[in-house]
Write a protein that binds this ligand. Structure first.
Ligand SMILES: Cc1cc2nc3c(=O)[nH]c(=O)nc-3n(C[C@H](O)[C@H](O)[C@H](O)COP(=O)(O)OP(=O)(O)OC[C@H]3O[C@@H](n4cnc5c(N)ncnc54)[C@H](O)[C@@H]3O)c2cc1C
Length: 412
């Protein structure tokens, strides 16, 4: 392997590049990213950056490698979009004004992440209507919060929408949170915890509207009103849309890679020979959960970036994709979310669980640990303001613990 190209200059891409160098890869390493910025961290975008307590200079991703980012000896192609992949010639095409530039590779890591969905039917030319994925998005939303008499409508009660609502409230802004489903965040954490999260938002003064959609977003140049499907009209100086993301795979159309809500990889993270995917864009079969997963968590982007870098190098020695256990990527996913003074952590996959039990603290105190059962296994643990037990139960999930073992741990 002489040249490895990483497409996507963010968390998964950077961690892959770092791991490649850490494992001794001394060939040419090119990282292509369509944002103009060097790799930066996204979680603060809905938290400290939006709150106005952090600026862009807090965000660059740290690199453990000696010599920092520059010590990685990467040929950075920033502000450059990959527009195509040709597996036969093993080249990618880069957008360079009107002329496409071909870049050959021996190994390829695709870490192009995901982009926010736009609200269907909503005009794209209306000022102060935003999605939130990039630093530029966060600064644009913050600029509206800094200048306009404020009334914010957040569309979508997933984690991003809920964090935006919480941060806007912490700035003293009037917030309405609109969610089409009956429970916010319920798909990820279950109805009981989702209902509790809705209560927490209400207690902080958010007008939470559940089970209702958005019919229209109106205004002349700037947004002025949001009409809901139940006929309610909300005035709005800012609308933030948080209705989920779409993996960035359009540039792979016609490449021959299998794409199905993400790049479909084998159990090792390999999409096809010498081509790997990592982070939010990757889908792989999880043996642990018996289904394919595509995970949009910070921790997964790191772990998978590192994993595929190792597999890529091992593959040049002939073993990647063999399916040996060491090759297999099957982590216990983990994420956190900060809303007001509550930190929620979830390890494992709670979606589709058969049962949830609070085993420490209580939901009334808003400080608790809950376990999720799937079949006779411990599938997930969720903790609110109780971080330590997450480590214990995550280890148990990793080891394939039964539900009764987990309950025994809880009672012992
Ligand atoms: C506002 C916000 C808050 C978050 N908070 C949390 C949190 O609290 N906890 C948590 O666990 N996770 C959180 N996340 C999720 C976490 O940040 C993501 O899982 C992580 O960033 C995924 O990393 P990635 O490298 O796979 O993708 P991304 O970070 O999306 O990076 C992909 C990069 O590839 C670029 N790209 C796309 N297409 C191309 C192309 N064709 N050519 C070149 N470059 C391309 C993109 O512009 C982007 O720079 C948050 C995300 C956001 C947006």
């Amino acid at each position: 392997v002489r040249r490895i190209v990483v497409v996507g200059a963010s968390l998964a891409g950077l961690r892959a590049a770092e791991e490649l160098r850490g494992q001794g890869f001394d060939g040419e390493l090119v990282v292509v990213g369509d944002e103009p910025h060097r790799p930066y961290d996204r979680p603060p975008l809905s938290k400290q950056v939006l709150a106005g307590t952090w600026d862009a200079d807090h965000l660059p991703l740290a690199v453990a490698h000696e010599g920092g980012l520059d010590g990685l000896d990467v040929d950075w192609r920033l502000g450059t979009r990959a527009t195509g992949l040709d597996l036969a010639t093993r080249t990618i095409t880069l957008a360079d004004d009107d002329v496409g530039v071909e870049l050959a590779f021996d190994g390829l890591v695709i870490a192009t992440g995901a982009s926010p969905r736009w609200l269907p039917g909503c005009r794209t030319d209306l000022a102060a209507v935003h999605t939130l994925r990039t630093l530029d998005d966060s600064l644009a939303i913050r600029a509206v919060l800094d200048t306009t008499p404020q009334r914010v409508v957040v569309v979508g009660g997933g984690f991003i929408g809920a964090e935006v609502a919480a941060t806007c409230r912490s700035r003293g802004v009037d917030v309405t949170l609109v969610e089409m489903l009956p429970v916010p965040m319920g798909v990820a954490v279950g109805d009981e915890v989702g209902t509790l999260m809705a209560d927490i938002h209400r207690d902080h003064g958010v007008d939470v509207r559940l089970g209702v959609g958005v019919e229209r977003v109106d205004g002349s140049d700037r947004v002025e009103r949001v009409r809901l499907t139940d006929g309610t009209v909300l005035s709005a100086a800012l609308v933030v849309i948080g209705i989920g993301v779409v993996p960035n795979t359009a540039w792979l159309d016609g490449s021959g890679l299998t794409v199905d809500d993400g790049i479909v990889c084998d159990a090792t993270g390999q999409a096809t020979s010498g081509v790997f995917a990592a982070g939010d864009v990757a889908r792989w079969p999880s043996r642990r959960y018996g289904r394919s997963l595509r995970i949009e968590h910070w921790d997964n982007a790191i772990a998978m970036g590192e994993h595929v870098a190792q597999r890529l190098l091992a593959g040049s020695g002939g073993s990647a994709g063999s399916g040996d256990d060491g090759d297999v990527y099957d982590p216990v996913p983990w994420f956190w979310s900060d809303q007001y003074d509550r930190k929620v952590q979830l390890a494992g996959v709670a979606a589709g669980a058969d049962e949830m039990q609070v085993v420490e603290g209580s939901m009334d105190e808003r400080r608790f640990v809950a376990l999720y059962r799937q079949g006779d296994r411990l599938a997930a643990v969720l903790a609110m303001n109780r971080p330590r037990p997450v480590v214990t139960y995550r280890r148990q999930i990793q080891a394939g613990a039964s539900w009764s073992d987990a309950l025994a741990t809880a009672s012992g």
